[in-house]
Design a protein around this ligand. Structure first.
Ligand SMILES: Cc1cc2nc3c(=O)[nH]c(=O)nc-3n(C[C@H](O)[C@H](O)[C@H](O)COP(=O)(O)OP(=O)(O)OC[C@H]3O[C@@H](n4cnc5c(N)ncnc54)[C@H](O)[C@@H]3O)c2cc1C
Length: 417
């Protein structure tokens, strides 16, 4: 199928990938409607993509080449252990991921968007509506535009989702994460161990276990050199903040109570070196994100299609958000190439991606339960106990980081509409 006018609502990671995929597949006109003006600012800064998923996505051309990535190979699960500077290693787990700086990833994806794509900024979409033969987009300025297909790549508070699955909203998981980042050269302030060795190899990701939570720490590339990036999950203190409505507190917007609680958690439960690592974060680079999840039965409606976080909101423990958004674009492009009608394209996409979001949400819930809601007694955990605990969370899934891309389907069954 060739031609047609396609709108992509949202111009972030999923939006750029879908706009490029539509242009490559043969759309006549592709318009991206992004509400932000200027550069999209980083929120939490770091993310990671499993090496196998990155290789598949580079192979399909969806992950743009040349984007800075930092190699990670091991994940050390640590727990406080008396005076031990770096803590006791409960488990040294293989961790075949590369980490990314969100802003650099977005800039790379944006730069790879074909010049023919009309990427409009300051274009906030108020609502969309799908019909049998078209979709209509109402913009905040009151204008209405008509398209052959509208892709919702507008994130966790998607307005396109509202048209596909009315009333579906992310639900609060009962805990939050604090996130932070800073240039890695600051680590020099923590000194080196007495024997002159290295406290923290650059290829190690670290997870510190604390009662009722855990903190993941790894390096990422940055615009001016390597950076430290961390995410700490725990139940917040009572602050009166409303967390049941999808929201986030921007860098520098973290309240005194939330900042003090994080400092207390670190001081009380982290091994000394890692207290220092968290403590080096400037307040203006600390950020809080309540954890939500949402699964939807449908990823398509009449001439409407959901992508990335708009289709499903997965807790971050799974390390799959960006990879899943890029895989959605791969599946969309493959479905387009095989389709001879808009309906066929939508059915193929639903068949390829409908279950994926739900399965990722379910896995991330199990991970969240084990790593934040009902953590084990970390002090008693040994390598055999950790591997059994991990297998239980995976429950038959091969690994975290997202699912392998299936081979392209030849025939597509009728999907529920
Ligand atoms: C600015 C920004 C920074 C981020 N930083 C990080 C990070 O540092 N680390 C990390 O792990 N994840 C980050 N994320 C989330 C991460 O990008 C996603 O989880 C994942 O990549 C899938 O993204 P997505 O494109 O589906 O959704 P999102 O990344 O949420 O993108 C949605 C896009 O849609 C736009 N949009 C929303 N509503 C409308 C509307 N009504 N009209 C027009 N446009 C609309 C938003 O401005 C945004 O650009 C960030 C997201 C954004 C938007």
């Amino acid at each position: 199928m060739r031609g047609g006018r396609v709108a992509v609502v949202g111009g972030s990671i999923a939006g750029c990938a879908f706009a490029s995929a539509a242009a490559r597949a043969g759309a006549g006109e592709v318009v991206v409607l992004e509400r932000t003006s200027g550069q999209l600012a980083d929120r939490g800064v770091g993310l990671a993509i499993h090496d196998d998923r990155a290789a598949e996505l580079a192979g399909t051309g969806v992950l743009a080449p040349g984007i800075a990535a930092h190699r990670l190979t091991r994940r050390k699960w640590l727990v406080q252990d008396g005076d031990s500077r770096t803590g006791r290693v409960m488990w040294d787990q293989p961790f075949p991921f590369h980490s990314y700086h969100w802003g650099l990833l977005w800039r790379g994806m944006r730069a790879a968007t074909p010049a023919g794509v009309d990427y409009r900024q300051g274009a906030a979409v108020e609502s969309v509506r799908g019909y049998a033969d078209r979709a209509e987009v109402r913009l905040a300025d009151g204008s209405v535009e008509r398209f052959d297909l509208v892709v919702g790549a507008d994130g966790y508070r998607s307005v396109v989702r509202e048209a596909v699955c009315p009333g579906a909203r992310p639900s609060y998981a009962g805990y939050i994460c604090w996130r932070g980042s800073y240039p890695a050269d600051r680590l020099a302030a923590l000194g080196t161990p007495a024997d002159g060795g290295t406290d923290w190899p650059t290829t190690d990701a670290v997870t510190v276990g604390i009662p009722g939570g855990s903190c993941v720490i790894y390096r990422i590339p940055g615009p001016d050199g390597p950076m430290v990036n961390w995410v700490c999950y725990a139940v917040p203190p009572e602050t009166g903040l409303r967390l049941d409505d999808p929201t986030s507190l921007p860098p520098g917007g973290v309240t005194g109570e939330l900042a003090a609680h994080l400092a207390w958690l670190a001081q009380r439960w982290f091994p000394p070196y890692w207290v220092g690592v968290i403590g080096l974060t400037p307040p203006e680079r600390t950020f809080v994100q309540p954890i939500y999840d949402l699964e939807t039965e449908l990823t398509v409606g009449e001439r409407l299609l959901l992508a990335g976080d708009a289709a499903s909101v997965v807790r971050p423990h799974n390390t799959s958000g960006a990879a899943k958004a890029l895989q959605d674009a791969t599946a969309f492009e493959a479905a387009w190439r095989q389709a001879d009608s808009w309906d066929g394209l939508l059915r193929s996409y639903q068949a390829a991606r409908g279950a994926t979001g739900r399965e990722l949400v379910a896995l991330a819930r199990r991970l969240g339960l084990a790593q934040a809601e009902r953590t084990p007694d970390w002090s008693a955990m040994t390598e055999p106990a950790m591997t059994a605990w991990w297998r239980q969370q995976l429950d038959g899934v091969a690994d975290i980081g997202g699912q392998a891309l299936p081979p392209t389907r030849e025939s597509v069954p009728e999907a529920p509409r």
